[in-house]
Design a protein around this ligand. Structure first.
Ligand SMILES: O=P(O)(O)OC[C@H]1O[C@@H](O)[C@H](O)[C@@H](O)[C@@H]1O
Length: 260
């Protein structure tokens, strides 16, 4: 096995003996943008829930970090909206892609959230996890093929702003998935498409994920190894979601070169 499992503190070794490719999630794994997304979602849903409570005479219950992790993190934008609203027993009309950010539709809320996300990104810039960049460089030096697999339609812009595009042989993001009609995480299809583009069978690829939906996608796709990256969640949550092992810092992951 490429790693001992399943404790949080296990020393993880990714070896060319078992693996040929590494499929990295973006937000929260390579770049510090999961928090930027989470804050934009909170801004959107708190305003929506507050005005809904006022109109319906109900009680305002804010959007929580746990709501983000369970219903929104890792999923495509509109899936996240539907999934969270459903968890609160709420529904909205779908609307159309032409809807503006003020529209009370799934599409309208999606536009509004993206505006908040881009505004925050503009102010803060894109910060990277140096441990992830170091691991990508070590993997590539050892002959691993690498891909980024993200639900985000902003994936390419974020990678470009961070100057990290050169670290990936393939990119399957929200825009690509939309073109190909692929369902997003927790379905495994975007990871499977990335492995296909790299010419590597799923059992010889490792999935690196910080989101429960992403870990589930890795498990459902029968990938060789699913490595949970615990950024903000509770200890053990990613292993419970299906990760083989979880680590807090990618700098601690070892890379082994060469086939026997
Ligand atoms: O709205 P975007 O940029 O297309 O991103 C969709 C999703 O992308 C995922 O990577 C994030 O974990 C989610 O928080 C985000 O909602």
């Amino acid at each position: 096995m490429p790693a001992s499992k399943p404790t949080a503190s296990a020393s993880v070794v990714l070896s060319r003996r078992e693996l040929d490719a590494a499929l990295f999630d973006l937000d929260g794994v390579v770049t510090r943008t999961a928090q930027v997304h989470a804050e934009a979602w909170q801004r959107l849903f708190d305003a929506y829930l507050e005005s809904h409570a006022r109109r319906s005479g109900g009680h305002f219950q804010p959007f929580t970090p746990e709501d983000y992790r369970r219903y929104v993190d890792g999923r495509p934008r509109l899936d996240g909206i539907r999934c969270f609203l459903e968890s609160r027993g709420l529904t909205l009309p779908e609307g159309s892609p032409e809807d503006g950010p003020e529209a009370e539709t799934v599409q309208g809320l999606g536009k509004r959230k993206n505006g908040y996300f881009l505004e925050a990104l503009e102010q803060r810039g894109v910060e990277v996890f140096e441990g992830a960049v170091g691991l990508l460089e070590r993997l590539r030096a050892a002959g691993f093929r690498t891909a980024v697999v993200s639900a985000s339609r902003n994936c390419q812009a974020v990678l470009r702003a961070a100057g990290l595009e050169h670290l990936f042989d393939a990119r399957v993001d929200g825009v690509e998935a939309g073109k190909l009609g692929l369902p997003g995480k927790p379905a495994p299809d975007t990871f499977l498409e990335a492995a296909r583009r790299l010419g590597v069978p799923p059992e010889r690829a490792v999935v690196l994920e910080d989101a429960q939906a992403g870990v589930q996608a890795g498990r459902r796709g029968h990938f060789g190894f699913v490595l949970g990256v615990r950024r903000a969640g509770l200890e053990g949550a990613l292993v419970r979601a299906g990760a083989d092992v979880e680590v807090a810092h990618l700098a601690t992951v070892k890379v082994e070169e060469g086939r026997p």
